[in-house]
Design a protein around this ligand. Structure first.
Ligand code: NDP
Length: 331
């Protein structure tokens, strides 16, 4: 039998296991022009929280009682389609199913010899692209500038910070545990890191770590952390608003300092983005990320959770900060 995970309820506040439903269906059978895909790795990502609610967004919400889908690495286990052979690995937006049928549309072949296939969900996939394109297209860091990254120990943040280092910047990361802050400085080469859960004065800690002020802020979290960064922002700084995970489970809009005064006084550019805005730049960005990886200038961390049944829990754990680097589920 083939296991499937559906969205049962639209979560209110933090998602719970009760919002998901596990089903078993007959194993699918392929027709001419189709392939059978076996799921190897499933990406769980904070943005899926938005798709679980029915608020208007840049992508339509998931439908209730239908399979959830996200980035998946799968192996072709049967083929009646000439472009795909048994044993090929593909990356695509696919359903949370152990096995599924595809006509090849929207599948990208990945090279399991060039990198471990799970890397195509992270540093060589959507989150790596988000880090690279958000930082270079909006942050535009120049050598010698100071860059702050929030959510710094996660999939996007850890790559964004390393790229800023490659570009010659002083880089400060903000994350939620001492293990994470030491990983930022020891493994990823950040110049300084701040644990937002234990600091008594976030704004002062940023000022200490950034004695020349903040020129670029790569914001993954929003909320009070971002208020403290903006209080240290320099004239002509750039703020790339990538995400605001601190508010994804809020049931009411939160109220913070209003930013207009800070932006005007300092001539700051603040821009939100969705990685797909830069689709035409994906091939060039992947080539750059892959070559930095090969040269050893860029590295990555992965938290690999075992077992198809644990996909929902791995997703929920993102909001508890249980991952270092990219959270993936090995099926
Ligand atoms: P991560 O790998 O960073 O995982 C989420 C992390 O967020 C957790 O590990 C946790 O780390 C942190 N976190 C959770 N709750 C809070 C909170 N209340 N306050 C502060 N930090 C919190 O996820 P991604 O790298 O995949 O995504 C990072 C951000 O980028 C998200 O906001 C996501 O939505 C966004 N994103 C945007 C894209 C775009 O196109 N604009 C594309 C991809 C991602 P900690 O222990 O430090 O708290």
């Amino acid at each position: 039998m083939n296991k499937v995970i559906l969205l049962k309820n639209r979560p209110v506040g933090k998602p719970t296991l009760g919002d998901f439903e596990f089903l078993e269906e007959e194993n699918p059978i392929i027709q001419e022009g189709q392939i059978l895909l076996k799921t190897l790795y499933v990406s769980v990502d904070p943005y899926l929280r938005g798709r679980m609610s029915d608020a208007k967004s840049y992508v339509p919400p998931f439908e209730l009682n239908k399979p959830i889908h996200s980035g998946v690495i799968a192996e072709v286990v049967e083929s009646k389609l000439s472009d795909f052979a048994v044993g090929d690995y593909v990356s695509a937006m696919l359903d949370w199913k152990e096995l599924q049928v595809s006509d090849g549309q929207g599948l990208m072949k990945v090279d399991g010899k060039a990198a471990p296939v799970s890397a195509y969900l992270g540093v060589l996939g959507m989150t790596g692209l988000t880090a690279y394109l958000g930082l270079t297209e909006i942050g535009k860091p120049k050598s010698g500038e100071t860059v702050v990254v929030s959510g710094a120990a996660g999939a996007v943040g850890s790559v964004a910070g390393q790229i800023a280092k490659i570009l010659g910047c002083r880089v400060i990361g903000i994350a939620g545990s001492d293990e994470k802050t030491s990983m930022l400085t020891s493994k990823f080469g950040f110049d300084a890191a701040i644990n937002y859960k234990t600091t008594s004065d976030m704004q002062a800690d940023i000022a200490n770590a950034a004695p020349n002020g903040v020129d670029v802020y790569f914001d993954n979290v929003g909320g009070e952390i971002s208020d403290a960064v903006l209080a240290n922002i320099n004239q002509f700084a750039r703020v790339a608003v990538c995400g605001s995970i601190s508010g994804y489970n809020d049931t009411e809009a939160s109220m913070g300092p209003r930013v207009q005064g800070i932006l005007v006084k300092n001539s700051v550019l603040m821009q939100g983005f969705i990685v797909s805005n830069y689709q035409e730049k994906f091939p060039q960005a992947i080539t750059q990320l892959a070559s930095w990886l090969q040269e050893g200038k860029l590295t990555y961390a992965e938290t690999v959770v075992d077992g198809f049944d644990n996909i929902p829990q791995a997703f929920i754990d993102l909001f508890e900060g249980k991952n270092e680097g990219k959270m993936v589920v090995k099926v």
